[in-house]
Write a protein that binds this ligand. Structure first.
Ligand SMILES: [Zn+2]
Length: 265
């Protein structure tokens, strides 16, 4: 029985990959952006947010006085033989979300199910670890390494290894030399640098490199979900010593350029 289920899951996964390949790239990119979600709640939030993105990218056509559009994911339109496509945007929105009497889009339904299911199983497996982490966050120093998400403990992410206290001081000194401000309040540490309209968050927790993420200040103040934040990242290796400030400036400029070229959701 388990073998049969595994086989069906593999078939389903392949079918899904094929659907993604058949879709225009900007639509498949949106469906695959659920990979950025970091929790069950974020996956649910994501499933609502991307409906707006899909609607924005859909080109409606004129039918009489009305704007209408076919579903960009499954190609469906109204079940009425008198009408083509869905009323745009609300009819198409209902088709995607499955609200009301509209026939739900099977492609979007599946994308949402996959995004959420990933965290249902992960959440179950890691419930104990999460509880331990929550306790540690109350007892230990934590690090705000990005805006709008909770601060993390020293070894919460994937590093080769987390730094020792001595190595963390060394990394903090390096950040100070690069012009970073270190904030420490209520056991939360953060390392930031204002750069015109941009803010750089540093993450010195992992041995071997300093990680940096660049954000638009204006966007940080405006949006409420981390999923709406655009960012661009780079790193500096610990063993680089030659013209570190120059290397930092070059990489920061590249990151800012990349951030400027991203289209806002
Ligand atoms: Zn559809």
């Amino acid at each position: 029985m388990d073998d049969k289920i595994n086989e069906l899951e593999i078939d389903l996964y392949r079918a899904w990959q094929t659907i993604l390949k058949l879709l225009p790239e900007h639509f498949s990119d949106i469906l695959e952006s659920s990979r950025n979600c970091q929790s069950h709640d974020e996956a649910i939030q994501w499933s609502y947010m991307i409906i707006d993105k899909l609607l924005e990218l859909t080109q409606p056509f004129q039918d009489g006085a009305e704007d209408r559009a076919y579903c960009p994911l499954c190609g469906d339109g109204s079940s009425s033989s008198f009408r083509t496509g869905y009323a745009y945007p609300e009819g198409l929105r209902r088709h995607l979300s499955g609200d009301g009497r509209a026939c739900e889009c099977f492609v979007f339904h599946f994308a949402r199910k996959l995004a959420i299911r990933r965290f249902t199983s992960v959440d179950q497996r890691t419930a104990k670890i999460k509880k331990e982490l929550e306790n540690r966050r109350l007892m230990e120093d934590t690090f705000r390494i990005e805006p709008l998400r909770a601060p993390k403990v020293l070894d919460e992410d994937k590093f080769n290894s987390a730094r020792s206290p001595e190595r963390l001081s060394w990394a903090e000194n390096r950040l100070k030399e690069l012009g970073f401000e270190i904030h420490y309040s209520a056991r939360v540490k953060s390392y930031t640098q204002q750069h015109g309209a941009f803010v750089v968050f540093a993450d010195p927790r992992g041995e071997g490199e300093l990680r940096f993420s660049v954000y638009k200040q204006e966007q940080m103040e405006r949006v409420s979900s981390p999923l709406q934040l655009q960012t661009s990242s780079f790193f500096l290796r610990d063993n680089w010593t030659n013209d570190l400030a120059g290397k930092y400036r070059t990489r920061l400029a590249q990151s800012i350029e990349s951030l400027m070229s991203q289209n806002e959701a």
